[in-house]
Design a protein around this ligand. Structure first.
Ligand SMILES: O=C(O)CCC(=O)C(=O)O
Ligand SMILES: [Fe+2]
Length: 289
C-alpha cells in the first residue's frame, strides 16, 4: 500500500497522462473523395479470391497509385505517428448479416476486400502469416465458443499484444476496416514512444520523491516500497495509462504499426442476430518481401 500522499501525487500525475481519443493523423473523407474512391476501387481492383491473389494485389497496387493526394499525406503522417485513422470510407451498399460462424463469409468477394487491399498497398505488401486464417483479407466478427481465447474473433477482452509477436517475420502494419460497427467495442493502441515517456516520467517522479519526500510525511522505507511498486509498472500497465482509444465506426480504416505499438480490445457482447461488429483485417509488410 502506498501512503495516501503518494496516492494523491500519482493520481494527479495520471490526470496529466493521456488516454486520448485519436486526433492526428485522423482524416475524414469528403463526400466527393468517398464517391471517387468507391468508383475507382470498383473499376480498378479485381474481386479477391485466394486463387487470384497475385492479380488482385497487382490491381490493388494500381488503385493505391490512384488514391487522392490527401490520402498519400495521411499515409505519410501515419507512418511517422505509428497509427492513423481514415473515416467515412465507402463500404458495401448492402451488407449481408454478420455470420455466426468463422469462415462462413470467406468465399464471398466483397467491395471492402478491394478497398482494404488498395489502402494496404499504400503501406507495403499484403501477406498471410497464419495458416488458420486462410484469407489475406480476413473477416473478423465475434464467434461463439471462442470467448476465452485470445483471437481477434474472440468475444472476451483481448490483452495487450503484438500480432505474431514471437516471430521476427511478423507484420509491420495491421489494418482494420470496420464494415459494421459496435459502439461498445474499444480498440486501444499504445505507442512505444508514449510508454517509454511515461516510464521516464515515473522514474523522475520517483527520484524526486526519493530525494525530497512528500510533505515531510515521508519515510525512506515508504519511498523504497513506492519506488518498487512504480518501477514494477510493466509495459502492459504503462500502456493502460497512455493508450489511444478508438471506437471503430462503419467506414473507418485504422492502420497501426505492429513493431512500434501494442494493442488491446475491450470485451464484446455478441448479439448473434446478424448485427454484430464486422471488420476486414489485413497484415502488411513494409516495402517488398
Ligand atoms: O477487434 C479489434 O479492434 C482488434 C482485434 C485485434 O487485436 C486484431 O485484429 O489484431
Ligand atoms: Fe491483435
Amino acid at each position: 500500500m502506498l501512503p495516501p500522499a503518494i496516492g494523491r501525487f500519482v493520481s494527479h500525475f495520471k490526470t496529466n497522462m493521456m488516454i486520448t481519443e485519436i486526433q492526428q493523423p485522423y482524416y475524414t473523407l469528403t463526400s466527393e473523395e468517398k464517391r471517387y474512391i468507391r468508383e475507382m476501387v470498383d473499376d480498378v481492383v479485381i474481386p479477391y479470391s485466394t486463387e487470384n491473389f497475385d492479380a488482385f494485389i497487382h490491381s490493388c497496387q494500381q488503385a493505391a497509385k490512384l488514391m487522392p493526394a490527401r490520402l498519400i499525406g495521411w499515409k505519410q503522417e501515419t507512418e511517422q505517428f505509428d497509427l492513423g485513422l481514415l473515416r467515412n470510407l465507402p463500404t458495401e451498399d448492402f451488407l449481408v448479416d454478420t455470420p455466426k460462424r468463422q469462415f462462413v463469409a470467406d468465399h464471398i468477394p466483397m467491395f471492402s476486400d478491394g478497398l482494404v487491399g488498395a489502402i494496404a498497398a499504400l503501406f507495403g505488401q499484403t501477406y498471410l502469416f497464419e495458416r488458420p486464417c486462410n484469407r489475406h483479407i480476413q473477416n473478423i466478427y465475434p464467434v461463439r465458443g471462442e470467448s476465452a481465447a485470445q483471437f481477434p474473433y474472440s468475444t472476451n477482452e483481448l490483452d495487450w499484444h503484438v500480432e505474431n509477436g514471437a516471430y521476427s517475420a511478423r507484420a509491420d502494419w495491421v489494418g482494420l476496416l470496420c464494415i459494421r460497427e459496435d459502439k461498445q467495442a474499444i480498440t486501444k493502441i499504445a505507442r512505444y514512444d508514449d510508454i517509454e515517456w511515461y516510464q521516464e516520467q515515473l522514474s523522475s517522479l520517483i527520484g524526486t520523491i526519493y530525494s525530497h519526500g512528500i510533505d515531510g510525511l515521508f519515510h525512506e522505507e515508504y519511498a523504497a516500497s513506492a519506488k518498487m511498486a512504480m518501477l514494477d509498472n510493466s509495459w502492459q500497465e504503462s500502456a493502460e495509462q497512455v493508450y489511444i482509444r478508438v471506437v471503430l465506426e462503419k467506414g473507418d480504416m485504422l492502420m497501426f504499426n505492429n513493431r512500434n505499438t501494442i494493442h488491446a480490445r475491450s470485451a464484446i457482447t455478441p448479439k448473434m442476430d446478424g448485427t454484430d461488429r464486422w471488420l476486414k483485417r489485413v497484415l502488411v509488410a513494409s516495402g517488398t518481401i
